[in-house]
Design a protein around this ligand. Structure first.
Ligand code: SF4
Length: 443
């Protein structure tokens, strides 16, 4: 089998991770991966349904693929992930040139589904939820950092979110399996792992909590950095903050989606924490790890959001001073509770609020990054800067992107870099000291 496949991934890290699994499953069957969609025999769109804008991108892409399919009638087009789970057969009805639709839990069967499509000669749709859930191995990219899934699905049912419907209830992965995977990654030379789940803090396997899992992972030799995403503010116990402070490999960065600064909106969102509780977590984190970075997500224009509610979001941002925040306009997700709520906010108002929030978060991010000017920071070098010849790209422990001049041999090493320039989303710097004399940890 010499079929070539191309995967385009939309959405979150969970989808990125699933795409790596899909790539592993197909490669094991003899398929070859290509980064050029025009030479592929199989194009897979691994989709996201979290926002209306993400869906529109996929519908647009499917429309454009019609031409390619006309020119290459043997081309197979497969749609997987959250949109596939949500729309199912409707995708085939709207785009009859699609060959295969597979859901968030049936991707493990993808090679067989392709065979079925080829022998049946008609489109195949598989959204089965009964397929045994597997954390199959992944075909990973760069050999430096890796996602490690610890759970999947979500039980939280935030009123705006479609994830619990398309990814199912929360399931946790056995602790031995997780640690075994991290040990394997360490043997392969990986330096950084990110523990991944829709809500990592609620992880539990028998008597092992998430904080205990962090402690166990911290013991694994070879791994230099441990990150985790995503955390839910309702599940951040003190012992997690203590573990972050104590464990030398756990990076000083917490991504903690706030979504809104107004209690009435948090209630309508079914977030199950208050503004006060959120600020309490931030205070504790800053007390234990003063230089920790905190990033967040916000939704503006949630149904019923008044001007005063929105001002509370702005004041939360001012108070916490996030290192970065991802801000979005609310959009209805069919089937969720929020979609049928009263008090929908007109689009022009949502846009105006979004602009104000983005301006504020950018200004604060720039101020925070500017505070680092002249500092020497530890950077794990991940890659070249694709846009500037002779430059490398790496990240600080606080997850800030740093560009600096260097050579390709430095990729994978941890260097000290003096910060010389700051923008709101990246830093620039120069290597500090002679990299030949730096040890693994950059000292
Ligand atoms: S915690 Fe809320 S926003 Fe996050 S995946 Fe679960 S339901 Fe969606």
């Amino acid at each position: 089998m010499n079929m070539k496949f191309f995967i385009r991934t939309y959405g979150c890290q969970m989808n990125e991770s699933d795409s790596e699994r899909i790539a592993w499953l197909l490669t094991r069957r003899g398929y070859k991966r290509t980064s050029d969609e025009t030479e592929a025999d199989l194009i897979i769109l691994n989709t996201c349904a979290v926002r209306d804008s993400a869906e529109r991108k996929v519908w647009g892409k499917l429309g454009r693929l019609k031409d390619l399919k006309r020119r290459k009638p043997d081309l197979l087009i497969a749609v997987g992930g959250c949109m596939a789970q949500s729309y199912g057969e409707e995708i085939i009805r709207r785009f009859p040139h699609v060959d295969l639709v597979f859901g968030t839990r049936s991707f493990v069967k993808l090679p067989d589904l392709i065979d079925e499509r080829l022998s049946a000669g008609r489109a195949v749709v598989d959204l089965s939820e009964s397929s045994p859930f597997q954390f199959t191995p992944q075909l990973r990219g760069n050999g430096i950092k890796a996602w490690v899934n610890i759970s999947t699905g979500c039980d939280n049912f935030c009123s705006y979110c479609i994830v619990p419907y398309v990814r199912g209830r929360e399931r946790h992965r056995p602790v031995d399996e997780i640690l075994g995977e991290i040990e394997g990654l360490a043997r392969e030379g990986y330096k950084e792992i990110t523990l991944l789940g829709q809500n990592v803090n609620s992880y539990r396997w028998k008597d092992v909590s998430f904080s205990e899992l962090l402690r166990m992972a911290n013991e694994i030799g070879g791994i230099e950095r441990i990150r985790f995403i995503t955390s839910h503010p309702k599940d951040v116990p003190d012992d997690l903050i203590e573990a972050m402070a104590e464990l030398e490999k756990v990076c000083e960065h917490l991504h903690l989606p706030a979504q809104s600064g107004a209690n009435s909106i948090l209630r309508r969102m079914n977030r199950r924490y208050t503004r006060e509780r959120y600020l309490d977590i931030v205070r504790k984190l800053r007390r234990e790890i003063p230089h920790a970075a905190i990033t967040s997500d916000f939704i503006v224009g949630f149904p019923g959001e008044s001007e005063e509610d929105f001002e509370e979001t702005l004041s939360l941002v001012e108070e916490v001073r996030f290192d970065y925040a991802f801000c979005y306009r609310y959009s209805d997700r069919p089937g969720t509770k929020a979609a049928s709520m009263e008090g929908k906010i007109p689009e022009h108002l949502k846009r105006r609020r979004l602009e104000r929030l983005i301006d504020l978060t950018k200004r604060i991010a720039l101020e925070k990054n500017s505070d680092l000017l002249g500092d020497v920071v530890e950077v794990l070098v991940e890659d070249v800067n694709p846009k500037v010849k002779g430059e490398l790209m790496g990240r600080t422990r606080t997850n800030k992107i740093v560009f600096f001049r260097g050579n390709k041999d430095m990729i994978g090493s941890t260097l000290k870099v003096r910060i010389t320039e700051a923008s709101y989303w990246f830093l620039k710097g120069e290597i500090h000291g002679d990299p030949r004399f730096l040890d693994q940890s950059g000292r």
